[in-house]
Write a protein that binds this ligand. Sequence first.
Ligand SMILES: Nc1ncnc2c1ncn2[C@@H]1O[C@H](COP(=O)(O)OP(=O)(O)O)[C@@H](O)[C@H]1O
Ligand SMILES: O=P(O)(O)OC[C@H]1O[C@H](OP(=O)(O)OP(=O)(O)O)[C@H](O)[C@@H]1O
Length: 180
Amino acid sequence: MSGRLIAVVGPSGVGKDSLIAGIVAVRPDVRPVRRTITRAAGLPGEDYDAVSDADFETLEAEGAFCLAWRAHGLAYGIPRDVLRDVNGGAERIVNLSRGVLAEADRVFPALLVLNVTARRDVLAQRLAARGREDAADIDQRLAQAARPLPDGLHAVEIANDGPLENSVAQALAALGPVKV
Ligand SMILES: Nc1ncnc2c1ncn2[C@@H]1O[C@H](COP(=O)(O)OP(=O)(O)O)[C@@H](O)[C@H]1O
Ligand SMILES: O=P(O)(O)OC[C@H]1O[C@H](OP(=O)(O)OP(=O)(O)O)[C@H](O)[C@@H]1O
């Protein structure tokens, strides 16, 4: 039986990576994805594989990614072994761009979308507190906050304005029981 990709989407600073960390802490059967990103190495937040623009292009041309996209002036890739794992029955969870969801729905055998939302003032405050981007980058990210999801794609909305534990509990309910 094939598995499922759990796609966590929503605007920058809404709490996608925090939610993923909260979920995998109690559901070790749901493994997080380490993304390949053309971001300088060692910045705060998620664990990622930092590569140069040139290396990203080479990897992409070689077919190393099952999904890839550009956002915030960066390139992001999801390693092909994630698709292999899911086809083999695994549950994997990943922070995706809303712009790549339609493709993810075509590529993966099953997709659960968790659409994380929060008020704009909350987003602005969280981005500033995270301290990874400068003010211009933060403005650019806030301008993308209201991006819609593709038509016809089912998504579970998780309002992350309140405590993270509440959002993790909602996400766990949406995931359903551990498969045995
Ligand atoms: N429910 C929450 N309450 C308070 N702070 C939160 C909550 N969720 C996330 N944060 C904080 O907001 C910032 C952005 O969260 P992050 O998970 O990096 O968001 P994203 O991956 O969506 O950009 C981080 O500093 C994180 O600790
Ligand atoms: O196309 P959008 O749906 O607007 O999303 C834009 C980008 O934001 C997220 O990345 P990343 O986690 O690097 O940025 P963030 O932590 O600031 O959200 C997401 O994975 C996309 O790469």
